[in-house]
Ligand binder design. Structure first.
Ligand SMILES: Nc1ncnc2c1ncn2[C@@H]1O[C@H](COP(=O)(O)OP(=O)(O)OP(=O)(O)O)[C@@H](O)[C@H]1O
Ligand SMILES: [Mg+2]
Length: 181
C-alpha cells in the first residue's frame, strides 16, 4: 500500500519551472530512493512534500489523505519526519535539546525514545554537547534521530550520506532499513 502518492506536481521558483508533472509513489514498509543529477529538483520535491515550498498544481496524498493544502507543522504532526539536506540541526542547543525539538508535536513531558540512543550510541555519549560542536557525521545522526523522535510513519531524508564516512553510511543504512520493517 502506498503511504505517499504524489501526482502531477508542478512547482516554480519565480519564472523557473522546476518540477514538471512529477508523480511518484512510496510504499508502506519499504525504502524508496530518488536519484538525479545535481540541480534536477530532488530537494525541491522533498521540500514540496513538507510544504516548505508551495506547489502550483498537483496532488500530494499521505496515508490516504490529501495534504497539499496543509502547513509544514500539520504535515509533521500527521506523521512525516524530515531530515533536510545539510542537516539543519540547532547548533547552539545540546544534543538532548535538539532531540526534544523533535518531540514538539507530542504532548508536553513526552520523553525521548530510548531506542534512539541504542541506534546512535554517539548521541548518548554526547547528550550535553552543543549540536554545532559535533562532527558532520555526528550531526547527520542527530538530524535523523531528531526526525525519528516523533515516531513518524514516513521518514523523508535528503542526501543522508552526503560527506559521511563509509562506516557511518552503513550505520545509517542499517537504521533506515530497520525502521522500514
Ligand atoms: N530558493 C530557490 N530559488 C530559486 N531557485 C532555486 C531555489 N532553490 C533551488 N533552486 C533551483 O532549482 C533547481 C533545483 O534545485 P534542487 O536544490 O531541488 O536540486 P537537487 O536535485 O536537490 O540538487 P543537488 O543534487 O545538488 O542537491 C536548481 O536549478 C536550483 O538552482
Ligand atoms: Mg538537493
Amino acid at each position: 500500500m502506498a503511504i505517499l502518492n504524489v501526482s502531477n506536481v508542478n512547482q516554480y521558483y519565480g519564472g523557473s519551472h522546476i518540477l514538471r508533472d512529477i508523480s511518484l509513489k512510496a510504499d508502506f514498509g519499504k525504502v524508496t530512493v530518488l536519484l538525479g543529477r545535481n540541480g534536477v529538483g530532488k530537494t525541491t520535491l522533498l521540500k514540496s512534500l513538507m510544504g516548505l515550498v508551495p506547489i502550483r498544481s498537483g496532488q500530494i496524498e499521505f496515508d490516504g489523505l490529501p495534504i497539499q493544502a496543509s502547513t509544514p507543522y500539520e504535515r509533521a504532526r500527521s506523521g512525516i519526519g524530515f531530515v533536510p539536506q545539510g542537516r539543519e540541526i540547532f547548533p547552539r542547543l545540546t544534543v538532548e535539546e535538539n532531540l526534544r525539538m523533535g518531540l514538539a508535536s507530542k504532548p508536553a513531558g513526552t520523553s525521548i525514545p530510548a531506542d534512539l540512543f541504542e541506534m546512535f550510541p554517539i548521541l548518548d555519549e554526547m547528550r550535553k554537547r552543543r549540536g554545532g560542536d559535533l562532527s558532520g557525521g555526528q550531526q547527520q545522526q542527530l538530524a535523523i534521530a531528531r526526525a525519528l523522535a516523533c515516531e513518524p510513519k514516513l521518514l523523508v531524508l535528503d542526501e543522508p550520506t552526503e560527506g559521511i564516512q563509509p562506516s557511518i553510511i552503513k550505520e545509517i543504512g542499517r537504521v533506515i532499513t530497520r525502521m522500514a520493517k
